[in-house]
Design a protein around this ligand. Structure first.
Ligand SMILES: [Zn+2]
Length: 87
């Protein structure tokens, strides 16, 4: 019964969930897509051309940013490759 008092920090969890950090820290917490939307690589029309809806046009600025991140970051490159394979 003693161990119950030490719990797993349930109070902290609830407190943190109530707050929404709006700074750059949230990028590390929640995995955002390279385009800035909260979806997986495999759901991103920028990364997976085959899932683009009819008439969908990429935002050139977002495209550029994605290309830059992919070129710089090997981990991201791997993730993108894996996502493309899955589709
Ligand atoms: Zn995306």
């Amino acid at each position: 019964m003693r161990s119950q008092r030490q719990g797993r920090g349930g109070i902290f969890d609830t407190t943190l969930q109530g707050q929404k950090p709006e700074d750059s820290a949230e990028d590390l917490r929640q995995k955002k897509c390279l385009c800035g939307d909260p979806h997986r690589f495999s759901q991103c029309p920028h990364i997976i051309p085959s899932i683009r809806p009819d008439g969908w046009k990429p935002n050139p600025e977002v495209e550029k940013r994605i290309q830059r991140i992919i070129a710089k970051n090997a981990n991201v490159r791997c993730g993108v490759k894996a996502a493309r394979k899955h589709i």
